[in-house]
Design a protein around this ligand. Structure first.
Ligand code: ATP
Ligand code: MG
Ligand code: MG
Ligand code: MG
Length: 436
């Protein structure tokens, strides 16, 4: 994309309600615009980040055998009356009426709908387990939408649901999902720590929240630093083998990690002092097992081994895809702007033309650009070099390929790594090889 043509309205002045770095930077870099309280439009660069995150989430869900569906955002109130949650959910639910006065709602989550879909399709315990997920917009009428996309009212969430024939099966499903989550967050370039969590109004007894450490987080967190040093991508786990899943799960959970709600001073005292990490965290994911809560209340069963009705054991598993954009920025930025992890960056590199109109400079830039028009942002604007440096730092591309008349004459490019500030003088070919 040529920056001279890009729809990327950067801002000099940031609205005063943007209190935290990620919100300010997302507005300044032209990633989002607010259209109503807690409701945002995603502009091209922001949408590219959102899609990159969703792609990685999707790949790791698929890797554990989950199947993707897409459910509507609008649901019928009657569906929620069947589980008893229509009245229980409270004012966070956006309630609507159609022209026939039928009661509808904008889905804040989808347990009821997926349970109903499952019930209409699956008839026998032999068809279990089933793991279904979607990546879809949700709406919660938060009392205080704030921090930009981190606590929006409309937000993008991956929600998965598992159906098993018995408790042992449900535990295996839960452990597979734990693995998928750890791998997802590691690939996103952030460390999200799994912490034992309250099951809350949804009930059940097996629940973990995943938190990214950041001073602006809303929860207090206590965890063993060893958890951040694990490499879950190379952890050998056979997802079809109970013993292998159990060994993996023991490894994760034997390290202390809890939010303030579940913090246990006695267990904390046993963590070696040098490894104790205490701070604040942002909830980016949440997994929980809740047994037959929905299958029973909604009367959804399959036929069991003895022919009697069997109520599937269920779990649900969320990842805040749009919240992650803000959370990643909270964990990865500096005074000058964004610092995108490679895996989620909207563009792999910016090409900075320091002298548009100079034929040698233009020629080198065009050669670079031709190698990746889809993945490079070419700053071809008639602006001063200083403006281009500042904007590239603000937008946080992992690499900057800087081309001025002097280097262009001998065919060299200055490559800058945004995260570390390292610089390299390279030929066009070597610069491309490093970036691609
Ligand atoms: P929170 O405690 O922040 O209100 P939650 O516990 O209500 O979140 P869940 O029901 O567990 O949220 O939903 C799964 C995920 O969806 C959360 O872990 C979070 O990442 C994301 N999420 C929840 N509410 C919002 C929101 N208002 N804006 C953006 N993302 C959200
Ligand atoms: Mg909430
Ligand atoms: Mg929560
Ligand atoms: Mg939660």
């Amino acid at each position: 994309m040529r920056l001279s043509r890009a729809f990327q309205p950067t801002l000099k002045e940031v609205p005063s309600e943007a209190q935290i770095a990620s919100h300010r930077l997302m507005l300044r870099a032209g990633l989002i615009r607010q259209t109503a309280a807690g409701i945002y439009a995603w502009l091209p660069a922001g949408l590219r980040v959102l899609r990159n995150i969703a792609r990685i989430v999707r790949e790791e869900q698929d890797a554990i055998g989950a199947q993707e569906v897409l459910m509507p955002t609008i649901q019928s109130a009657d569906l929620w009356r069947r589980s008893g949650r229509y009245d229980a959910y409270g004012p966070e639910m956006l309630r609507l009426k159609d022209r026939h006065e039928r009661e509808l709602l904008y889905g804040p989550t989808n347990e009821e709908m997926i349970t109903d879909l499952f019930g209409g399709a699956v008839k026998s315990y032999r068809e279990l387990p089933q793991v279904l997920y979607q990546i879809q917009w949700k709406f919660r009428d938060e009392v205080r939408p704030r921090f930009g996309v981190m606590r929006g009212r409309e937000f993008f969430m991956k929600d998965a649901y598992t159906f098993d024939a018995d408790y042992e099966g449900a535990v295996k499903s839960y452990r597979r999902m734990m693995l998928a989550y750890l791998r997802t967050f590691q690939r996103l370039g952030v460390r999200a720590v799994p912490m034992v969590a309250d099951t809350g109004p949804i009930g059940g007894n097996l629940s973990h929240e995943f938190l990214i450490l950041a001073p602006t987080g809303e929860s207090g967190v206590f965890y063993d630093a060893a958890l951040e040093e694990q490499d879950w991508l190379s952890e050998p786990v056979d997802i079809d083998d109970s013993a292998s899943l159990a060994a993996f799960f023991d490894k994760v959970t034997h390290f202390y990690a809890a939010t303030d709600e579940k913090h246990d001073e006695a267990a904390w005292a046993e963590v070696p002092e040098g490894r104790r990490r205490e701070g604040r965290g942002i909830e980016v994911g949440h997994i929980f097992y809740f047994g037959t809560k929905y299958s029973e209340s909604m009367g959804i069963s399959v036929s069991g081994p003895d022919g009697a009705p069997l109520y599937p054991e269920m779990g649900s598993y969320g990842i805040g895809v749009s919240r992650l954009v803000g959370a990643i920025i909270e964990a990865s930025h500096d005074e000058a702007g964004l610092i995108w992890p490679d895996a989620v960056a909207p563009y792999k590199a910016a090409i900075l033309n320091l002298k548009p109109g100079d034929s040698a400079t233009d020629a080198v830039c065009e050669r670079l650009y031709a190698a990746g028009a889809e993945i490079f942002l070419y700053d071809d604007r008639a602006e001063r070099a200083g403006v281009k440096f500042n904007d590239a730092d603000l937008m946080g591309h992992p690499w900057q390929m800087i081309v001025g008349p002097r280097g262009a004459k001998d065919g060299t490019v200055e490559l800058k790594r945004r995260a570390t500030g390292e610089r390299f003088e390279l030929s066009v070919e070597d610069a491309l090889a490093k970036v691609l």
